[in-house]
Design a protein around this ligand. Structure first.
Ligand SMILES: Cc1cc2nc3c(=O)[nH]c(=O)nc-3n(C[C@H](O)[C@H](O)[C@H](O)COP(=O)(O)OP(=O)(O)OC[C@H]3O[C@@H](n4cnc5c(N)ncnc54)[C@H](O)[C@@H]3O)c2cc1C
Ligand code: SF4
Length: 345
């Protein structure tokens, strides 16, 4: 029997799982397919996080540092698991580069994939340079360059943020709410207003889901303190006119058609299942739920149990999750993995 654990994915959930296990004296192999740890907040260059307001590079960077410094954790970058066989207590994994790993249990923390806005062609992404995504605006802010129109490098005077791009959209097979994008968008709107006080920022929404305590911190604060304007609308298309981008649709409160020019339009992209999930499902022999995220065996039983004994799952691999929930799930799945090792010892 092996008393080490294989953690796959080095984002917030995987960093948390690896750290929790290592703190309990367990040896961990952490396998990450990118060339750096940190997951989406680092790989996609997020700016200030919801709800802490900390810069992603500092908050998640410190999680990376404590994992890298822990002698119980061996990090395998640029790596994916090619084969995975065995049973609880005795799993054998082989990485693509041939490295063999023995593990008593595994925690899958392989996260999500950002929705690709080209799959919503009528909303202008890929056709008009000033139609961008929330991740691109995060990068503009986190790089220190500031929010600028990609077409001419100028400061925008009017910005529209369109919510639910790639979420809650049956037409393109994405029924789920991505949970965090309302709050992330309100946060970005405030950051834009802070940097560019002359810029008017409008948020177009179906309904607002700044859940829990985020309602005060983001929904109300963005309006009352930062004068961000919210418009309930159904957007039909985004086109171009005279060097600007035109948002067309219907204001659903007053039931009137709208056609409004902006300097920049931002897609609040949702969280898709990881594009690797079909492969991960076959390599690790775990079930996916109907939307394509990794299925959990139960909700209230063993935390993070997947459909296969000894294989646990945490974070946004299981569906849209926030960073703090992903971190909590990573630690909980680590606890379940540890308990499974102890039960077999
Ligand atoms: C635009 C945007 C902004 C957001 N901002 C916030 C915010 O401010 N606050 C907040 O709480 N949440 C935010 N989120 C959500 C946040 O990104 C997730 O909650 C978080 O990244 C989930 O962490 P994770 O570890 O589960 O997954 P990920 O961050 O996706 O990490 C998964 C890791 O696994 C690796 N991986 C994937 N497949 C494999 C494989 N086959 N083998 C090995 N490794 C693999 C990936 O490279 C990655 O490093 C935002 C989401 C979006 C879309
Ligand atoms: S969190 Fe808001 S923007 Fe994101 S999918 Fe849900 S309702 Fe739409």
């Amino acid at each position: 029997m092996s008393d080490s654990v294989l953690v796959v994915g080095g984002g917030p959930a995987g960093l948390s799982a690896a750290h929790a296990l290592a703190s309990a004296g367990i040896k961990v192999d952490l396998v990450e397919k990118a060339d750096i740890l940190g997951g989406a907040p680092i790989l996609s260059g997020y700016a200030k996080l919801v709800p802490s307001g900390e810069w992603a590079k500092d908050a998640i960077g410190s999680m990376v540092d404590r994992v890298v410094a822990n002698p119980n954790i061996k990090v395998h970058l640029n790596s994916v698991v090619q084969t995975f066989d065995g049973k609880p207590g005795k799993f054998d994994a082989v990485l693509k580069n041939g490295t063999k790993i023995k593990a008593g249990a595994t925690v899958l923390c392989t996260g999500f994939t950002h929705f690709d806005s080209v799959n919503k062609p009528e909303w202008g992404f890929g056709r008009f340079p000033d139609v961008v995504t929330t991740t691109q605006v995060e990068q503009m802010i986190s790089s220190g360059k500031g929010v600028r129109r990609p077409s001419n490098g100028e400061k925008p005077k009017r910005v529209a943020i369109l919510l639910c791009v790639g979420s809650r959209d049956r037409q393109i097979g994405r029924e789920w709410c991505s949970k965090i994008c309302c709050s992330v968008s309100a946060n970005l709107a405030m950051e834009i207003r802070e940097e560019l006080p002359d810029c008017h920022v409008y948020i177009y929404y179906m309904d607002i889901r700044t859940f829990g305590l985020l309602e005060t911190k983001y929904y109300w604060r963005s309006q009352e303190e930062f004068k961000v304007k919210y418009i309930k609308a159904r957007i039909a298309e985004v086109t171009g006119r005279d060097g600007q981008v035109l948002v067309k649709g219907e204001d659903t409160l007053v039931k009137r058609p709208i056609s409004i020019p902006f300097d920049m339009v931002v897609h609040a992209v949702g969280m898709d299942p990881n594009v690797d999930n079909m492969l991960l499902s076959s390599v690790f022999d775990v079930k996916l739920e109907p939307n394509g995220f990794v299925d959990r065996k139960n909700t209230y039983g063993i935390m993070g149990a997947s459909s296969r004994d000894g294989v646990f799952v945490a974070g946004s691999a299981t569906g849209p999750e926030t960073i703090d929930d992903s971190i909590a799930q990573g630690a909980a799945a680590a606890m379940s993995a540890l308990a499974s090792l102890r039960e077999m010892a």
